[in-house]
Design a protein around this ligand. Structure first.
Ligand SMILES: NC(=O)c1ccc[n+]([C@@H]2O[C@H](COP(=O)([O-])OP(=O)(O)OC[C@H]3O[C@@H](n4cnc5c(N)ncnc54)[C@H](O)[C@@H]3O)[C@@H](O)[C@H]2O)c1
Ligand SMILES: O=C(O)C(=O)C[C@@H](O)[C@H](O)[C@H](O)COP(=O)(O)O
Ligand SMILES: [Zn+2]
Length: 372
Protein backbone atom coordinates (compact mmCIF):
# COMPACT_ATOMS: atom_id res chain seq x y z
CA UNK A 1 0.00 0.00 0.00
CA UNK A 2 1.15 3.57 -0.69
CA UNK A 3 0.19 6.79 1.06
CA UNK A 4 0.23 10.26 -0.46
CA UNK A 5 -0.37 13.36 1.63
CA UNK A 6 -2.25 16.29 0.15
CA UNK A 7 -0.65 19.12 2.11
CA UNK A 8 -3.22 21.87 2.62
CA UNK A 9 -2.58 23.01 6.19
CA UNK A 10 -5.86 22.52 8.13
CA UNK A 11 -7.43 20.72 5.17
CA UNK A 12 -4.61 18.19 4.64
CA UNK A 13 -5.53 14.55 4.09
CA UNK A 14 -4.15 11.17 3.09
CA UNK A 15 -4.77 9.26 -0.12
CA UNK A 16 -4.14 5.55 0.43
CA UNK A 17 -3.63 3.37 -2.64
CA UNK A 18 -3.58 -0.42 -2.49
CA UNK A 19 -5.35 -3.69 -3.03
CA UNK A 20 -7.90 -4.68 -0.39
CA UNK A 21 -8.51 -1.26 1.19
CA UNK A 22 -12.29 -1.53 0.86
CA UNK A 23 -12.25 -4.46 3.28
CA UNK A 24 -10.38 -2.31 5.80
CA UNK A 25 -12.46 0.89 5.68
CA UNK A 26 -13.54 0.31 9.29
CA UNK A 27 -9.84 0.55 10.33
CA UNK A 28 -8.46 3.13 7.88
CA UNK A 29 -11.41 5.51 8.31
CA UNK A 30 -12.00 4.75 12.00
CA UNK A 31 -11.68 8.35 13.17
CA UNK A 32 -14.54 9.38 10.80
CA UNK A 33 -16.74 6.42 11.81
CA UNK A 34 -16.33 6.47 15.57
CA UNK A 35 -18.33 9.72 16.13
CA UNK A 36 -21.41 7.99 14.66
CA UNK A 37 -21.69 5.85 17.81
CA UNK A 38 -24.82 3.70 17.41
CA UNK A 39 -26.04 5.58 14.30
CA UNK A 40 -25.66 3.95 10.90
CA UNK A 41 -23.14 5.41 8.43
CA UNK A 42 -24.39 7.21 5.30
CA UNK A 43 -22.83 5.65 2.21
CA UNK A 44 -23.82 7.21 -1.11
CA UNK A 45 -23.08 4.72 -3.86
CA UNK A 46 -23.13 4.55 -7.62
CA UNK A 47 -25.68 1.84 -8.53
CA UNK A 48 -23.11 -0.46 -10.19
CA UNK A 49 -20.53 0.06 -7.46
CA UNK A 50 -23.13 -0.85 -4.81
CA UNK A 51 -24.21 -3.97 -6.70
CA UNK A 52 -20.63 -5.16 -7.20
CA UNK A 53 -18.88 -3.95 -4.05
CA UNK A 54 -21.63 -3.12 -1.55
CA UNK A 55 -21.59 -6.44 0.30
CA UNK A 56 -17.79 -6.31 0.63
CA UNK A 57 -17.95 -2.82 2.15
CA UNK A 58 -20.83 -3.84 4.40
CA UNK A 59 -18.77 -6.77 5.73
CA UNK A 60 -15.98 -4.39 6.70
CA UNK A 61 -18.38 -2.15 8.60
CA UNK A 62 -20.17 -5.12 10.18
CA UNK A 63 -16.90 -6.50 11.55
CA UNK A 64 -16.62 -3.29 13.59
CA UNK A 65 -20.26 -3.46 14.73
CA UNK A 66 -21.28 -0.68 12.34
CA UNK A 67 -24.16 -0.61 9.89
CA UNK A 68 -24.65 1.25 6.61
CA UNK A 69 -27.50 3.48 5.57
CA UNK A 70 -27.33 3.21 1.76
CA UNK A 71 -28.29 5.86 -0.77
CA UNK A 72 -28.07 4.77 -4.40
CA UNK A 73 -27.29 7.16 -7.25
CA UNK A 74 -28.18 6.09 -10.83
CA UNK A 75 -25.03 5.38 -12.85
CA UNK A 76 -23.99 7.88 -15.49
CA UNK A 77 -23.08 11.51 -16.09
CA UNK A 78 -26.75 12.57 -15.99
CA UNK A 79 -26.64 12.15 -12.20
CA UNK A 80 -24.47 15.27 -11.88
CA UNK A 81 -27.69 17.30 -11.92
CA UNK A 82 -29.79 19.65 -9.79
CA UNK A 83 -32.44 16.93 -9.50
CA UNK A 84 -30.03 14.33 -8.07
CA UNK A 85 -28.41 16.95 -5.83
CA UNK A 86 -31.78 17.91 -4.40
CA UNK A 87 -32.79 14.29 -3.74
CA UNK A 88 -29.44 13.52 -2.10
CA UNK A 89 -29.33 16.62 0.12
CA UNK A 90 -32.96 16.00 1.21
CA UNK A 91 -32.05 12.42 2.13
CA UNK A 92 -29.00 13.49 4.11
CA UNK A 93 -30.99 16.17 5.94
CA UNK A 94 -33.84 13.75 6.65
CA UNK A 95 -31.46 11.37 8.32
CA UNK A 96 -30.11 14.14 10.54
CA UNK A 97 -26.66 14.78 9.09
CA UNK A 98 -24.59 17.09 11.30
CA UNK A 99 -21.70 19.35 10.34
CA UNK A 100 -19.18 17.10 12.04
CA UNK A 101 -20.40 13.97 10.19
CA UNK A 102 -18.59 12.43 7.24
CA UNK A 103 -20.52 11.05 4.28
CA UNK A 104 -18.91 8.15 2.39
CA UNK A 105 -18.93 8.25 -1.45
CA UNK A 106 -18.55 4.87 -3.17
CA UNK A 107 -18.18 5.00 -6.96
CA UNK A 108 -16.54 6.88 -9.79
CA UNK A 109 -16.12 10.56 -10.51
CA UNK A 110 -19.86 11.11 -10.95
CA UNK A 111 -20.72 10.08 -7.40
CA UNK A 112 -17.55 11.68 -6.00
CA UNK A 113 -18.32 15.05 -7.62
CA UNK A 114 -22.01 14.91 -6.62
CA UNK A 115 -21.43 13.86 -3.00
CA UNK A 116 -18.53 16.31 -2.60
CA UNK A 117 -20.71 19.17 -3.81
CA UNK A 118 -23.63 18.11 -1.61
CA UNK A 119 -21.28 18.04 1.39
CA UNK A 120 -19.88 21.47 0.54
CA UNK A 121 -23.33 23.07 0.88
CA UNK A 122 -25.03 20.91 3.54
CA UNK A 123 -25.30 23.09 6.63
CA UNK A 124 -22.55 25.19 4.92
CA UNK A 125 -20.19 22.25 4.86
CA UNK A 126 -19.85 18.76 6.29
CA UNK A 127 -17.13 16.18 5.76
CA UNK A 128 -16.82 13.39 3.23
CA UNK A 129 -14.62 10.41 2.50
CA UNK A 130 -13.93 9.27 -1.05
CA UNK A 131 -14.00 5.53 -1.86
CA UNK A 132 -13.17 5.74 -5.60
CA UNK A 133 -13.98 2.60 -7.59
CA UNK A 134 -12.96 3.59 -11.15
CA UNK A 135 -9.46 4.14 -12.51
CA UNK A 136 -10.38 7.70 -13.41
CA UNK A 137 -11.61 8.44 -9.89
CA UNK A 138 -8.55 6.83 -8.29
CA UNK A 139 -6.02 8.82 -10.35
CA UNK A 140 -7.89 12.10 -10.55
CA UNK A 141 -11.42 12.97 -9.43
CA UNK A 142 -11.27 11.75 -5.81
CA UNK A 143 -8.26 13.99 -5.10
CA UNK A 144 -8.08 17.77 -5.03
CA UNK A 145 -11.54 18.90 -3.95
CA UNK A 146 -13.11 20.01 -7.22
CA UNK A 147 -16.79 19.10 -6.80
CA UNK A 148 -19.61 19.93 -9.20
CA UNK A 149 -22.78 19.19 -11.10
CA UNK A 150 -23.38 20.08 -14.75
CA UNK A 151 -25.59 22.96 -15.94
CA UNK A 152 -27.43 23.31 -19.23
CA UNK A 153 -24.78 25.91 -20.11
CA UNK A 154 -21.94 23.42 -19.63
CA UNK A 155 -19.84 20.98 -17.70
CA UNK A 156 -19.18 21.35 -13.94
CA UNK A 157 -20.49 24.93 -13.97
CA UNK A 158 -22.16 24.65 -10.55
CA UNK A 159 -19.67 23.59 -7.93
CA UNK A 160 -17.30 24.31 -5.11
CA UNK A 161 -13.82 23.52 -3.89
CA UNK A 162 -14.35 21.16 -0.96
CA UNK A 163 -11.60 18.75 0.05
CA UNK A 164 -12.34 15.21 1.23
CA UNK A 165 -11.10 14.14 4.67
CA UNK A 166 -9.63 10.88 3.35
CA UNK A 167 -9.37 8.96 0.07
CA UNK A 168 -9.12 5.16 0.02
CA UNK A 169 -8.32 3.88 -3.48
CA UNK A 170 -8.67 0.09 -3.49
CA UNK A 171 -7.09 -1.14 -6.72
CA UNK A 172 -8.91 -4.49 -6.38
CA UNK A 173 -12.20 -2.64 -7.08
CA UNK A 174 -11.04 -2.10 -10.64
CA UNK A 175 -11.30 -5.84 -11.42
CA UNK A 176 -14.98 -5.46 -12.37
CA UNK A 177 -14.57 -2.21 -14.32
CA UNK A 178 -15.50 -2.58 -18.02
CA UNK A 179 -12.58 -2.14 -20.43
CA UNK A 180 -14.09 1.01 -21.91
CA UNK A 181 -14.08 2.63 -18.44
CA UNK A 182 -10.50 1.43 -17.79
CA UNK A 183 -9.46 3.13 -21.03
CA UNK A 184 -11.31 6.32 -20.06
CA UNK A 185 -9.33 6.40 -16.82
CA UNK A 186 -6.12 5.73 -18.74
CA UNK A 187 -6.68 8.95 -20.70
CA UNK A 188 -6.32 10.98 -17.48
CA UNK A 189 -3.24 8.89 -16.62
CA UNK A 190 -1.65 9.87 -19.96
CA UNK A 191 -2.60 13.48 -19.14
CA UNK A 192 -0.20 13.59 -16.19
CA UNK A 193 2.71 12.54 -18.42
CA UNK A 194 1.76 14.90 -21.20
CA UNK A 195 1.40 17.92 -18.92
CA UNK A 196 4.56 17.52 -16.90
CA UNK A 197 6.52 14.27 -17.13
CA UNK A 198 7.71 12.98 -20.54
CA UNK A 199 9.29 9.90 -18.98
CA UNK A 200 5.98 8.96 -17.34
CA UNK A 201 4.17 9.49 -20.67
CA UNK A 202 6.51 6.97 -22.33
CA UNK A 203 6.11 4.56 -19.41
CA UNK A 204 2.31 4.69 -19.56
CA UNK A 205 2.49 4.09 -23.32
CA UNK A 206 4.71 1.03 -22.72
CA UNK A 207 2.60 -0.24 -19.81
CA UNK A 208 -0.87 0.48 -21.15
CA UNK A 209 -1.62 -3.23 -21.73
CA UNK A 210 -0.51 -4.11 -18.19
CA UNK A 211 -2.73 -1.33 -16.81
CA UNK A 212 -5.73 -2.37 -18.90
CA UNK A 213 -5.27 -6.02 -17.91
CA UNK A 214 -5.26 -5.07 -14.20
CA UNK A 215 -1.64 -5.91 -13.32
CA UNK A 216 -1.87 -4.81 -9.69
CA UNK A 217 1.81 -3.93 -9.22
CA UNK A 218 1.74 -1.65 -12.27
CA UNK A 219 -1.66 -0.23 -11.32
CA UNK A 220 -0.61 0.62 -7.78
CA UNK A 221 2.57 2.29 -8.94
CA UNK A 222 0.89 4.28 -11.76
CA UNK A 223 -2.04 5.42 -9.58
CA UNK A 224 0.35 6.49 -6.80
CA UNK A 225 2.45 8.45 -9.32
CA UNK A 226 -0.61 10.31 -10.65
CA UNK A 227 -1.94 11.05 -7.16
CA UNK A 228 1.52 12.29 -6.14
CA UNK A 229 1.63 14.67 -9.11
CA UNK A 230 -1.90 15.89 -8.44
CA UNK A 231 -1.21 16.32 -4.70
CA UNK A 232 1.81 18.54 -5.46
CA UNK A 233 -0.16 20.68 -7.91
CA UNK A 234 -3.17 21.03 -5.59
CA UNK A 235 -0.93 21.92 -2.64
CA UNK A 236 0.62 24.68 -4.75
CA UNK A 237 -2.60 26.05 -6.27
CA UNK A 238 -5.67 24.64 -4.51
CA UNK A 239 -8.22 27.00 -6.10
CA UNK A 240 -6.68 27.32 -9.58
CA UNK A 241 -5.76 30.95 -9.03
CA UNK A 242 -2.26 30.48 -10.45
CA UNK A 243 -1.41 28.63 -13.64
CA UNK A 244 -0.25 25.46 -11.85
CA UNK A 245 -3.64 23.75 -11.38
CA UNK A 246 -4.95 24.89 -14.76
CA UNK A 247 -2.47 22.44 -16.33
CA UNK A 248 -4.66 19.59 -15.01
CA UNK A 249 -7.21 20.93 -17.49
CA UNK A 250 -5.06 19.81 -20.45
CA UNK A 251 -7.46 18.46 -23.10
CA UNK A 252 -10.51 19.62 -21.14
CA UNK A 253 -11.41 22.86 -22.94
CA UNK A 254 -11.81 20.85 -26.15
CA UNK A 255 -13.08 17.79 -24.25
CA UNK A 256 -15.83 19.55 -22.30
CA UNK A 257 -17.10 21.12 -25.55
CA UNK A 258 -17.33 17.62 -27.07
CA UNK A 259 -19.15 16.33 -23.96
CA UNK A 260 -21.62 19.22 -24.18
CA UNK A 261 -22.18 18.60 -27.90
CA UNK A 262 -22.90 14.90 -27.23
CA UNK A 263 -25.32 15.78 -24.41
CA UNK A 264 -23.21 14.55 -21.43
CA UNK A 265 -24.17 11.02 -22.39
CA UNK A 266 -22.67 7.56 -22.83
CA UNK A 267 -21.89 8.51 -26.44
CA UNK A 268 -18.66 10.01 -25.15
CA UNK A 269 -17.27 9.30 -21.67
CA UNK A 270 -15.37 12.07 -19.90
CA UNK A 271 -12.04 10.23 -20.29
CA UNK A 272 -12.71 9.66 -24.00
CA UNK A 273 -13.46 13.36 -24.43
CA UNK A 274 -10.19 14.16 -22.63
CA UNK A 275 -8.29 11.80 -24.96
CA UNK A 276 -9.74 13.57 -28.01
CA UNK A 277 -9.13 16.92 -26.31
CA UNK A 278 -5.46 16.11 -25.69
CA UNK A 279 -4.97 15.13 -29.34
CA UNK A 280 -6.63 18.40 -30.38
CA UNK A 281 -4.48 20.39 -27.94
CA UNK A 282 -1.35 18.69 -29.31
CA UNK A 283 -2.35 19.25 -32.97
CA UNK A 284 -3.34 22.84 -32.27
CA UNK A 285 0.07 23.34 -30.58
CA UNK A 286 1.76 21.95 -33.71
CA UNK A 287 -0.33 24.23 -35.93
CA UNK A 288 1.01 27.20 -33.94
CA UNK A 289 4.61 25.95 -34.33
CA UNK A 290 5.00 25.12 -30.64
CA UNK A 291 5.75 21.42 -31.15
CA UNK A 292 6.58 19.29 -34.20
CA UNK A 293 3.63 17.70 -36.03
CA UNK A 294 5.38 14.36 -35.42
CA UNK A 295 5.12 14.94 -31.64
CA UNK A 296 1.41 15.68 -31.96
CA UNK A 297 0.98 12.41 -33.89
CA UNK A 298 3.05 10.59 -31.24
CA UNK A 299 0.42 11.67 -28.70
CA UNK A 300 -2.42 10.50 -30.97
CA UNK A 301 -0.67 7.18 -31.68
CA UNK A 302 -0.07 6.42 -27.98
CA UNK A 303 -3.74 7.07 -27.15
CA UNK A 304 -4.92 5.06 -30.17
CA UNK A 305 -2.70 2.11 -29.16
CA UNK A 306 -4.48 2.16 -25.80
CA UNK A 307 -7.82 1.91 -27.65
CA UNK A 308 -8.90 5.51 -27.04
CA UNK A 309 -10.66 7.68 -29.65
CA UNK A 310 -8.36 10.20 -31.30
CA UNK A 311 -10.30 11.55 -34.32
CA UNK A 312 -13.29 13.84 -33.85
CA UNK A 313 -14.23 13.21 -37.49
CA UNK A 314 -15.23 9.68 -36.42
CA UNK A 315 -17.78 11.01 -33.90
CA UNK A 316 -20.21 12.00 -36.65
CA UNK A 317 -21.08 15.26 -34.91
CA UNK A 318 -23.80 17.36 -36.42
CA UNK A 319 -22.05 20.69 -35.82
CA UNK A 320 -19.21 22.82 -37.13
CA UNK A 321 -16.05 24.11 -35.49
CA UNK A 322 -17.60 27.45 -34.55
CA UNK A 323 -20.38 25.70 -32.61
CA UNK A 324 -17.81 23.67 -30.68
CA UNK A 325 -15.73 26.78 -30.00
CA UNK A 326 -18.87 28.51 -28.77
CA UNK A 327 -19.20 26.01 -25.88
CA UNK A 328 -15.74 27.14 -24.75
CA UNK A 329 -16.94 30.66 -23.89
CA UNK A 330 -18.46 29.15 -20.74
CA UNK A 331 -15.19 27.45 -19.73
CA UNK A 332 -14.41 28.22 -16.07
CA UNK A 333 -10.93 29.39 -17.03
CA UNK A 334 -12.42 32.03 -19.35
CA UNK A 335 -11.39 35.61 -18.64
CA UNK A 336 -13.04 38.85 -19.79
CA UNK A 337 -11.61 38.80 -23.31
CA UNK A 338 -9.83 35.44 -23.68
CA UNK A 339 -10.32 31.75 -23.13
CA UNK A 340 -7.00 30.36 -21.86
CA UNK A 341 -5.95 27.09 -23.53
CA UNK A 342 -3.57 24.51 -22.15
CA UNK A 343 -1.08 23.92 -24.97
CA UNK A 344 2.18 22.02 -25.30
CA UNK A 345 5.76 23.23 -25.69
CA UNK A 346 6.83 19.58 -25.69
CA UNK A 347 5.50 16.21 -24.63
CA UNK A 348 5.80 16.64 -20.86
CA UNK A 349 5.62 20.44 -20.89
CA UNK A 350 2.22 22.11 -20.91
CA UNK A 351 1.57 25.79 -20.37
CA UNK A 352 -1.37 28.21 -20.25
CA UNK A 353 -1.75 30.14 -23.52
CA UNK A 354 -3.73 33.39 -23.31
CA UNK A 355 -3.29 34.48 -26.91
CA UNK A 356 -5.67 32.04 -28.58
CA UNK A 357 -8.53 33.43 -30.70
CA UNK A 358 -11.70 31.32 -30.62
CA UNK A 359 -12.13 32.02 -34.36
CA UNK A 360 -8.80 30.19 -34.99
CA UNK A 361 -9.95 27.34 -32.81
CA UNK A 362 -13.17 27.13 -34.85
CA UNK A 363 -11.25 27.00 -38.15
CA UNK A 364 -8.89 24.35 -36.77
CA UNK A 365 -11.84 22.28 -35.53
CA UNK A 366 -13.52 22.51 -38.96
CA UNK A 367 -10.36 20.94 -40.44
CA UNK A 368 -10.34 18.24 -37.77
CA UNK A 369 -14.03 17.47 -38.28
CA UNK A 370 -13.31 16.85 -41.97
CA UNK A 371 -9.98 15.03 -41.52
CA UNK A 372 -9.29 11.34 -42.45
N1 LIG B 1 -13.38 16.44 -9.51
C1 LIG B 1 -12.37 16.22 -10.34
O1 LIG B 1 -11.24 16.67 -10.14
C2 LIG B 1 -12.62 15.38 -11.55
C3 LIG B 1 -11.52 14.86 -12.28
C4 LIG B 1 -11.78 14.05 -13.37
C5 LIG B 1 -13.09 13.75 -13.73
N2 LIG B 1 -14.10 14.25 -13.00
C6 LIG B 1 -15.49 13.87 -13.31
O2 LIG B 1 -15.62 12.48 -13.10
C7 LIG B 1 -16.66 11.97 -13.92
C8 LIG B 1 -16.19 10.72 -14.62
O3 LIG B 1 -15.85 9.78 -13.63
P1 LIG B 1 -15.77 8.22 -13.98
O4 LIG B 1 -15.01 8.02 -15.23
O5 LIG B 1 -15.34 7.52 -12.76
O6 LIG B 1 -17.27 7.88 -14.36
P2 LIG B 1 -18.50 7.30 -13.53
O7 LIG B 1 -18.53 7.77 -12.16
O8 LIG B 1 -19.67 7.52 -14.40
O9 LIG B 1 -18.18 5.73 -13.52
C9 LIG B 1 -18.04 5.07 -14.75
C10 LIG B 1 -18.91 3.80 -14.83
O10 LIG B 1 -18.31 2.77 -14.05
C11 LIG B 1 -19.29 2.16 -13.21
N3 LIG B 1 -18.53 1.67 -12.07
C12 LIG B 1 -18.00 2.37 -11.03
N4 LIG B 1 -17.20 1.59 -10.29
C13 LIG B 1 -17.25 0.35 -10.85
C14 LIG B 1 -16.60 -0.86 -10.57
N5 LIG B 1 -15.70 -0.98 -9.59
N6 LIG B 1 -16.87 -1.93 -11.36
C15 LIG B 1 -17.72 -1.82 -12.42
N7 LIG B 1 -18.34 -0.67 -12.75
C16 LIG B 1 -18.10 0.41 -11.98
C17 LIG B 1 -20.29 3.25 -12.96
O11 LIG B 1 -21.55 2.69 -12.64
C18 LIG B 1 -20.32 3.95 -14.31
O12 LIG B 1 -21.19 3.25 -15.17
C19 LIG B 1 -17.03 13.08 -14.89
O13 LIG B 1 -18.24 13.67 -14.48
C20 LIG B 1 -15.88 14.06 -14.75
O14 LIG B 1 -16.28 15.38 -15.01
C21 LIG B 1 -13.90 15.05 -11.92
O1 LIG C 1 -8.49 18.72 -10.64
C1 LIG C 1 -8.40 19.52 -11.57
O2 LIG C 1 -8.04 20.68 -11.42
C2 LIG C 1 -8.77 19.09 -12.95
O3 LIG C 1 -8.86 19.93 -13.84
C3 LIG C 1 -9.00 17.64 -13.18
C4 LIG C 1 -9.87 17.33 -14.40
O4 LIG C 1 -9.50 16.05 -14.83
C5 LIG C 1 -11.36 17.29 -14.07
O5 LIG C 1 -12.06 16.78 -15.17
C6 LIG C 1 -11.96 18.59 -13.61
O6 LIG C 1 -13.25 18.40 -13.09
C7 LIG C 1 -12.07 19.61 -14.69
O7 LIG C 1 -12.14 20.85 -14.08
P1 LIG C 1 -13.07 22.03 -14.53
O8 LIG C 1 -12.68 23.10 -13.58
O9 LIG C 1 -12.74 22.34 -15.95
O10 LIG C 1 -14.48 21.56 -14.38
ZN1 LIG D 1 -10.93 15.27 -16.26
Amino acid sequence: MAAVNVALAGRSYEVLVGSGLLGRVHCEAYSFLEPYGQRSIPVVADANAKRLLGEHLQASFRSAGLSIDWYEVPSGEASKSWAELEKLTDWLLDRGITRSDHVFALGGGVVGDLVGFACSILKRGCGFVQLPTTLLAQVDSSVGGKTAINASAGKNLIGAFHQPALVLADTACLASLPIREMRAGLAEVFKYGLLGDAEFFARVDADSNAILSHDNTVLESVITHCVGMKARIVAEDERETKDARALLNLGHTFGHALEAETGFSDTLLHGEAVALGMVLAARFSARRGLIAQSDAERVADALARAGLPTEIAALGLDCDGAALADHMRNDKKAEATTVPFILLRAIGEAYVARDVELADVGTFLDEQLRAH
